[in-house]
Design a binder for this molecule. Structure first.
Ligand code: MF3
Ligand code: CO
Ligand code: CO
Length: 270
């Protein structure tokens, strides 16, 4: 979601208990597809094959791939390899090699509800620094989720993420952010992955949004390629991202897109 289209935080939808059920089902489908990917993401597979694999499972489950034709996006999922920050377009000529890292970002629409989540996968063997990037990015997401509860502020999430990323000398991408989600793909609020404690609107039960930090080994700046989608780091340094869809509850939050076999951090990244 583009930071430029900052959304009016006064209009954050509040959802009922019943509406949590819709998100739970959509999120579970998204998670189950991501769970299956660890077995097929190996050297030699193309990003188009990953797209087809996901597309077929989504349709088989009576759901719709939200990215397909969304603002002209041509494929069913986003596949972002190495220095691609986000919104990479699956392509039959992009063959994964040992040492690559890839983010697969899946959003399904099931019974009208959006389940949006992404994970990093390591292809074959990756080096130590790359491994630290993936692990740190996952920790950033989970620290952001841990602080998301009633009475906290949206800025607290960004603060936690930025503090952890920078403690490892990595940088936080500022051009893209998390977003409200529900019956629509992208709603208020914009969830920044950097910021200050206490800033932004207070979190309230019934808010649904994604947290999806993008963390770079080098500089935070990005540029968009001529396809008008693919975002890459300007300095070509590696970039990682993890994403969950969450709902604020009375006591904390519910992660709608949690893995069903505890592989939110895929085993080849552990
Ligand atoms: N799933 C992405 C997100 O986290 C959005 C992808 S939009 C697309 O917000 F058009 F690029 F697919
Ligand atoms: Co998202
Ligand atoms: Co996403």
């Amino acid at each position: 979601m583009y930071y430029q289209i900052l959304m009016d935080s006064n209009q954050i939808p509040i959802h009922s208990k019943k509406e949590f059920e819709g998100m739970r089902n959509a999120g579970a489908l998204t998670a189950s597809i991501l769970d299956k990917l660890q077995n097929i993401i190996n050297p030699g597979i193309s990003t188009e094959e990953i797209n087809e694999f996901c597309h077929n499972i989504i349709l088989k489950n009576g759901a719709i791939p939200a990215p397909l034709n969304y603002k002209g996006f041509p494929k069913s999922i986003c596949t972002s390899v190495n220095h691609v920050v986000c919104h990479g377009i699956p392509n039959k000529n992009k063959i994964l090699q040992s040492g690559d890292i890839i983010n697969v970002d899946i959003t399904v629409i099931l019974n009208g509800w959006h389940g949006d989540s992404s994970r990093m996968f390591a292809v074959g063997k990756i080096n130590k620094k790359t491994h630290l990037l993936l692990k740190t990015t996952y920790e950033c997401l989970m620290l952001g989720i841990a602080i998301a509860k009633p009475g906290k502020h949206l800025g607290d999430i960004g603060y936690e993420i930025q503090k952890h990323a920078e403690s490892k000398n990595f940088s936080v991408v500022k051009d893209f952010c998390g977003h409200g989600i529900g019956k629509k793909f992208h709603t208020p609020p914009s969830v920044l992955h950097y910021g200050n404690m206490g800033e932004g609107p207070e979190l309230k039960p019934g808010m649904f949004f994604t947290i999806e930090p993008m963390i770079n080994i080098g500089d935070w700046r990005v540029k968009i390629l001529k396809d008008n989608w693919t975002a890459v780091t300007k300095d070509k340094s590696l970039s990682a991202q993890f994403e969950h869809s969450v709902g604020i509850t009375e006591t904390g939050n519910e992660i709608f897109t949690l893995s069903q076999n505890n592989t939110d951090l895929p085993i080849n990244v552990l």
